[in-house]
Write a protein that binds this ligand. Sequence first.
Ligand code: TYM
Length: 344
Amino acid sequence: MENEAKKSNYSGPQRVFSGVQSTGNLHLGNYLGAIRNFVDLQQDYDCIYCVVDMHAITAWQDPEELTKNTRATTAGYIACGIDPEQHIVFNQSAVSAHAELAWIFNCVARMGWLNRMTQFKDKAGRHKENASVGLFVYPNLMAADILAYKATHVPVGEDQKQHLELSRDIAQKFNNDFNVPAFFPLPEPLILGLATRVMSLRDGTAKMSKSEKSEYSRINLKDDADTIAKKIRKARTDPDPLPDNVAGLKDRPEADNLVGIYAALAKMTKKEVIERFAGAQFSTFKPELAELSVSVLAPIGEEMAKLMADPGYIDNVLRQGAERARAIADPIMAEVKKVVGFII
Ligand code: TYM
């Protein structure tokens, strides 16, 4: 394990939890920053991987699209190598513990804490008064997702680090407020691998994201080989050849991003990539990157398409996953209610 977990005084079972929103298409950033690590963690942990449809509706979603996207995200998990037999895959809204615990955490978290969340500021932008209340308390629901299972380890991309810190603060405050030391673990973020923040192919200073308008800003996991190659070909670059050392990527965000993507896909270090392509023009580097990307990603897209052709199978995976998730979360919720003083 690259990030050895820091020890807390929590002595319960070690458990991995993470989630991906069912909005838009899964992209290369989701894969390299999160889902590929979800796959690797299956070796060493009991894992719970959630499709967070309740987080998705913090911004309005067309109901039919939401259903489709929840299935597509599930298909993406499985196509990338998550095993829904060995581990748990389900959609958030199917397990009521998430909403119940989120309400309790709404009463534990402080306004000041949420006011500091940069993702809310980014997403709400200048129209803060018009943002949904759900978007504001989004991190409390995220804490509830994790702690409804007393999960100890949470693999995420770099952009979720602040939310994870808030989850730890909520867990700690709950334990203190109710005088139940170590009741909730302080969940440990696992920000793993070489591409914890993949940038847009159109702008090396902006994060690759589902909400960016241009399709050319991201590679979707469901893209076919031609589309992947075309997007790499059209990726923005600067006019200089690649440098002969990693320091030479400084102040060249697009070059740095493409080298980082190559490194992550090839499981090499950036230094190794730079050594291989020192002095090369992008006209040489891009076809190599396209070939590598197609070899890793196109089979995932093909598998997703096959899975999506059988929505009955996907829905069954989610249903069975939700049942197994409830079996863990419900007894924890019963304990939480007792701690809070609710009659059950
Ligand atoms: P979401 O759906 O925005 O993204 C899912 C995962 O993908 C990572 N990610 C990236 N990593 C690297 N580069 C990028 N450009 C990039 N874009 C996205 C994210 O960091 C994330 O790990 N709030 C979460 C979902 C969530 C969750 C949770 C995660 C809800 N409850 C509980 C962990 C635990 C989100 O919106 O992720």
